[in-house]
Structures are given as C-alpha cells and as structure tokens.
Design a protein. Structure first.
Length: 543
C-alpha cells in the first residue's frame, strides 16, 4: 500500500507529460519562447514538485494574446446568441469527453478528493449549459420608448435600450477551485456568453489542469467555427504577468477570485490605467453565523455539528467557509445552551486530523496567522485539531472571545483562509448590532433562528442584509448553487463591485454595457446588433 499511491502518481505524471505542451494557448496555437523561465507543478499532498514544467508568459505573450483577442472580438461580438449558446454547450461536452484525465490532473495538483473534483467538473459543465439556455430563452432585454411627435412642448423621439459586450476580458484562475472558478469557470463562461473573448491567467497551483481544460475549449472553438483567439491561456507565477495583463490597453474588464492583497493590487492597476476598466474581484469573506437564543437552546448540538462539517470542507478553503460565530447568549438558559454548543464543537475539532492545504504558501500563511492568534491574550483556545504529521499539514483551530474584545480589535474580523473559526459570545441585542455594524462586507451570513427568534429580532435582520450578498436562514453557507437567483458577491471586500455576482446567469451582466439607439431607421432594426433591436425581439418591452 505504501508504494501503490506513488506508483499511480508516477504513471499519471508520465501520461500527463506525454500529452501536455507546457506552453501557452494563444490564438489557437500552443507556443512559448525556447529560452524562457519555467516552473513546475506541485503535488500538495506529498509536498513534492512534479516532473511537469510550464513556460512563464512574458510581455510578448501578453501582447500577442490581447491583440489577437481584440481582432477576434470584431467577429465574435457579431455572433448571434444561439451560436454562442452552441459554443458554450460544446465546451461543456468537450470537458466531459476528457473528464477522466482532467479529474486525475486536478486531484493530483490540488489534493482534493475525487468526489469534490467530479462535482466541480459537473458544476462547470452545468454552468456553461445554464448560460447557453439563458442565451436561447432570454435574449438581452430591449426597452423601447415609443416616439410621440405630438408631445408638447417638445416631441418625444423613439429610443431603444440594448446591450453590447465590453471586449476582451482577463480572467484569473482561483487556487481553491481548479475547475469551477478557473479556466472554464464562471468568469470565463459568463464573459464568453456575453460576447467577449477571454484570456485566462492560469493559477500556478494547477497548470496541468489548466492546459487540459484549455485544450477542451480549443476543440470546441474548432467544432463551432469560432475565431481562434476567442480564448487564450497564459501560464506563469511572476506578478508581472498579472499586472501586465490587466494593464494592457486591449483588456476591457477583469474577473478575479483570490486573496485581498493580490486583488487589491490588480484593482489599483485597473483604476490607474489611462482609461480605467471594471475589475470584478472576490477578495475575502468570513461569513458570520448568527446563533439566536431560541435556536441555540433547541438545537445546540446539531448546530455545532453543522459548523464543524462546514468549516472543515476542503480544509476550510472555501470562500464561503464560516469563520465567525456570533452567539447571542442573553439569558441563563441560552448561556447553558452555548456551553453545550461549545463543548460539542470543541470535541469535534479536537478529534479532527491535520491535513494538507492547496499550496505550501496557503499552508504557511495559515500557520503564521494561527500562531499570531494563539498569542493574542484576548483570545481563548477552545480546541485544536490533532498534531500535524508533516510540516505542510495544518490543524483546525477554534478560538473564543467576547464581543467587547472583538470590537476593540477589528483585525480579528479579517479572513483566516483555512480551517478556522472564532466563537464570539454576545450578551445583548445592542452588542450584536454593534458587531454587525463593525463587519466588513461579506459574501454570506447565516441566521440560525426559530420562528420566535425571527419575530423577536427584526432590527438585527434588517441591519445584517446591508452587510452581505446572500442572507441565509437555518443553513450553512458552504455551497453556492448555480442558478438564476444566485448572488455571489457583496459589499467590499467580498467583492469590488457590490452590484455584481460572479455566479448565476446575472454574472453575464458584468461584461455588457448599455447602448441607447435614438430614432433608429426602420431598415436597420433587423440587422443592427445582429437583430437584437428588432420589434420582434422576444425580450422587447414597450413604454
């Protein structure tokens, strides 16, 4: 058994090495310069580099990809929604056709289990098909204000409001989702659906996976006769690749999921351009869990079990991981219930094995932050997971403090990316309101409450909705449904544009802009913008 896994890994690496180019996909061609810096893929479970090397992209590759994308945009923006829908469906099919190797590579490079990767691949394919369905069934809205030449004191012209794609979009793959938020993930799918070419900057934690997915997209491009430069993949680890890509004048928007530090840097680059562009970034969230007294008293043990399960998903490396627990214990009975909750959750954490993180850098960052928090006299250690068997493994951590200490140290409300949660004892509704007001923007917050709780704390619920992008009742936040009504965003730093979502059909709106047409000649209504301003447009609304 001790040699079986290394042998399987070695066989997989050999198979990948025989198929991968280690190059960049630019305008349909796999290319790189011969004398260029290269980096290697890593197995995070064994903490070993793999015999798979990839070329670092530089200024020439950035310019070639963006220039080609700009030329492709002229053709791609004129494709009808039905053609783009077929293209998205073809990408989904090609991903599924190559699912065995893609799944194996993603498992190898991320250390995530097969069930999780299978779920991600299915999610990616379903997401592409959802956008395809949206393009077919719900064309972009057309609002028509009818002309009124007899209006006084001035006649009213006819106006039609439609939408146009922005242009080439830079998409950054995420470390924690090698498929669903990466090369063919939500940002890429929504931009392509909107009519925008995409240039993906692959995440260096899973370059083999990125190349395999890019290969599937390239096959779909060929099948659907789309312009070859509608999609490109650039690989690399150097910060100059990221800043150079978003600073290129041909890039018109950016989609990003990652750390606050990198996201803020890229957002500033976009804002500093001679012509600033939108940066849609998801930078962090601690996803508060509100435990109201009635629910806490009725289900303390169950709530603790749900918290443990949710905060340990993917070793706490979900953007929706529940990192802050606000327990309102304003009576003797609720304090006793909190003691039961604390005991069950602490015991579960204590019995949890240490595990590897997605990358050595993430592991080191978590370990450093854990040491800092453990040294904080305002925090009490409730539980820590079993001792790590290897230096790159991390132990789950549960700490506790009071609301006063939390409010006195705002840094305690910053995201700790990994298997961590801070339990905060709140003694009154006024204290809870103060904590809510002090929160930064969040992707989610969950309210665990009985019917009586909901009726008893309306002001808490009213205040909380202004801090989050998704308000959840009696469920944990991990898991983001891909559907029409999903909003995956929130006030800063949950996202850099609180009006947008990176998941669901509304994500497409990030890469579209409005265009008003005044006094449009009738002979143009069926040809202008590929028929999307016609009186027969199925989404037309008249005023």
């Amino acid at each position: 058994m001790t040699t079986e896994i290394p042998n399987r890994r070695e066989a997989l690496v050999k198979e990948l090495a025989s198929q991968l180019t280690g190059q960049h996909l630019i305008a349909g061609q796999w290319q790189s310069e011969t004398d260029v810096e290269r980096f290697q893929s890593l197995d995070p479970v064994a903490n070993q580099t793999l015999a798979l090397s990839f070329a670092e992209a530089g200024e020439r590759q950035i310019d070639a990809a963006v220039t080609a994308a700009g030329a492709a945009f002229v053709q791609y923006r004129q494709t009808r929604p039905q053609a783009r829908a077929a293209f998205l469906e073809a990408i989904a099919t090609e991903l599924e056709n190559d699912s065995v190797l893609i799944t194996a590579a993603a498992m190898l490079e991320s250390g995530l289990p097969q069930a999780r990767i299978n779920g991600e691949l299915g999610r990616s394919a379903n997401q592409l098909r959802l956008f395809a369905s949206e393009l077919r069934e719900t064309p972009s809205p057309l609002l028509i204000d009818k002309a009124n030449p007899d209006r006084t004191p001035l006649p009213k012209p006819e106006l039609r409001l439609t939408q146009l794609p922005l242009g080439p979009v830079a998409v950054f793959g995420a470390s924690n989702f090698p498929l669903a938020f990466s090369t063919a993930g939500g940002d890429s799918a929504s931009a392509l659906a909107a009519g925008c070419p995409v240039i993906v900057k692959g995440h260096p934690a899973h370059p083999a996976t990125s190349e395999l997915v890019a290969r599937a997209i390239a096959r779909a491009i060929s099948r659907c006769d789309m312009p070859s430069a509608v999609f490109s993949l650039l690989q690399g680890r150097r910060p100059e690749l990221s800043t150079g890509l978003v600073s290129h004048s041909g890039i018109q928007a950016v989609g990003f999921t990652g750390s606050f530090k990198v996201g803020r840097l890229l957002a500033d680059c976009c804002a500093a351009r001679a012509k600033p562009i939108p940066f849609y970034g998801e930078l962090g969230s601690i996803n508060p869990q509100l435990l109201l007294p009635g629910k806490l008293q009725a289900e303390a043990e169950t709530l603790a079990g749900h918290q443990h399960q949710s905060m340990l998903m993917a070793q706490g490396q979900f953007c929706t991981s529940p990192g802050l627990i606000l327990a309102l214990a304003d009576s003797e009975s609720s304090q006793k219930a909190l003691a039961r909750y604390r005991s069950v959750l602490s015991q579960a954490i204590t019995e949890t094995e240490a595990a590897p993180m997605l990358t050595p850098g993430i592991a080191e960052s978590f370990q450093t932050r854990s040491k800092q928090l453990l040294a904080n006299p305002a925090l009490e250690l409730l539980a820590q997971g079993k001792a790590a068997a290897a230096l790159h493994h991390t132990r789950p951590l549960l700490l506790e403090t009071g609301a006063e200490s939390l409010l006195a140290s705002p840094d305690l409300m910053e995201e700790v990316f990994g298997p961590f949660a801070l339990l905060v004892t709140v003694k009154s509704e006024a204290e809870l309101q103060a904590v809510i007001q002090a929160l930064d923007g969040q992707l989610t917050a969950s309210v665990h409450a009985t019917s009586s709780d909901l009726q008893g704390y309306p002001d808490v619920l009213e205040a909380l909705q202004y801090k989050v992008g998704r308000l959840i009742f009696n469920q944990m936040p991990t898991g983001v449904e891909v559907c029409h009504a999903m909003n995956h965003g929130g006030p800063f730093p949950a996202s850099t544009d609180l009006r947008s979502t990176s998941v669901g059909t509304q994500a497409m709106a990030r890469f579209l802009r409005p265009l008003s047409l005044q006094n449009l000649p009738s002979e143009l209504t069926n040809s202008f913008n590929q028929g999307q301003v016609s009186d027969q447009h199925p989404g037309a609304r008249y005023f």
